[in-house]
Design a protein around this ligand. Structure first.
Ligand SMILES: C[S@@+](CC[C@H](N)C(=O)[O-])C[C@H]1O[C@@H](n2cnc3c(N)ncnc32)[C@H](O)[C@@H]1O
Length: 262
C-alpha cells in the first residue's frame, strides 16, 4: 500500500464495519432522516440520471439512493450484458442497469448490510425485475465467478472499503476481457490527515476513507485495468457542516471513472 493510501491500520476495521452497517441500515429504513450527505430523487436528477429512467424504477429505491455521481454514460451498458453492482444499497442503480441490459441481460447487486438487501429485494419482487438478483457479501470478495460479467458498476462505495486495492482486484477478476469498470466515488485532492482517517463516523459518511485521487487511479491500474476516463462531478456536495469543512480543506470531491480490462 502506498504512503498516500489511508491505511486500514489507522481505523479499527471491525468498528468501521459496524458503523458503516449502522449508517446504511438507517439509509434503508429512514431515508428522510438527517445524514452528512444528500439522498433521493433531486440528487439523482442533479447528478445526471434521466427522469424517464427514474420514473421506470421503484420510487423507494430512489428515496434511499446514496450515490455520489452518474457513470452510466461511461458504462455504456448494452442489451444482454451482465453487470455486477458493488455495494448496491437499496437497489437504485441495479434497477437503472436492468433497464439498460434488458430482460435478456442480468444484474447482480452485492452488499453487506441486511436492511439494504432486504429493501432492494422487496422492491425488486414488487416491481417484477426478474433479471436482477442480490447477494449478501463483501465487495472485496464477492464469491462470484471469474470473468463472469461485462461491467462492474459502483456508486459511492469503494471509499468505504479499508482495502481499496482488494476491491479493484476483485472487480478485475469479475470482468471478462473487454469488460468495463464504471463507478462514481469520493476522492481527495490531498491525502487526509490521521485525525480524519481515524474517525470511523466520518469514514462511514464517505469522507474519512476517501483516497487521494491520483493514488485511486493508480490502484485501479495496479489491479490490471486501464483507466480511460476520469471526470469530476461538481453537482455532488456534502451537506453537514463538518463534512463541508473537510471538503473545502482537503478537496474532497466526487469523480466518475471508466476503466477497461484489455
Ligand atoms: C453510500 S451507500 C451507496 C449505496 C448505493 N450504491 C447507492 O448508490 O445508493 C454504500 C453501500 O455500500 C455498502 N458497503 C460498504 N462497504 C461494503 C463492503 N465492504 N462490502 C459490501 N458492501 C459494502 C453499504 O452497506 C451501503 O449499502
Amino acid at each position: 500500500m502506498t504512503a498516500t493510501t489511508p491505511s486500514p491500520k489507522r481505523v479499527d476495521v471491525a468498528t468501521l464495519e459496524e458503523k458503516v452497517k449502522a449508517m446504511y441500515r438507517d439509509v434503508a429504513l429512514h431515508p428522510h432522516g438527517q445524514f452528512h450527505f444528500e439522498m433521493g430523487r433531486a440528487l439523482a436528477e442533479r447528478l445526471g440520471y434521466a427522469p424517464a429512467d427514474l420514473d421506470a424504477i421503484p420510487a423507494q429505491a430512489i428515496d434511499s439512493f446514496a450515490g455520489v455521481g452518474y457513470y452510466f454514460d461511461l458504462a455504456a451498458l448494452a442489451p444482454g450484458e451482465t453487470a455486477v453492482d458493488l455495494g448496491s444499497g437499496s437497489g437504485m442503480d441495479t434497477f437503472v442497469a436492468a433497464l439498460m441490459v434488458g430482460r435478456g441481460g442480468r444484474v447482480i447487486g452485492v452488499d453487506m448490510t441486511d436492511e439494504q438487501l432486504a429493501k432492494a429485494e422487496r422492491l425488486r419482487t414488487a416491481a417484477g425485475f426478474e433479471h436482477v438478483e442480490y447477494r449478501k457479501g463483501y465487495i472485496e470478495s464477492t464469491g462470484l465467478a471469474d470473468a463472469s460479467c461485462n461491467a462492474v458498476i459502483s456508486n459511492g462505495v469503494v471509499n468505504l472499503a479499508p482495502e481499496k486495492d482488494k476491491v479493484f482486484r476483485e472487480a478485475a477478476r469479475l470482468l471478462a476481457r473487454g469488460g468495463r469498470l464504471a463507478l462514481s466515488d469520493i476522492v481527495t485532492e490531498v491525502q487526509l490527515p490521521e485525525g480524519i482517517t481515524c474517525n470511523a463516523t466520518l469514514w462511514a459518511a464517505c469522507i474519512g476513507g476517501a483516497m487521494q485521487g491520483d493514488a485511486y487511479v493508480a490502484a485501479i491500474e495496479a489491479a490490471g485495468l486501464r483507466v480511460r476516463r476520469v471526470k469530476d462531478n461538481p453537482a455532488y456536495r456534502f451537506i453537514s457542516d463538518s463534512a463541508r469543512g473537510a471538503t473545502k480543506k482537503y478537496g474532497v470531491k466526487s469523480v466518475s471513472i471508466l476503466a477497461v480490462k484489455e
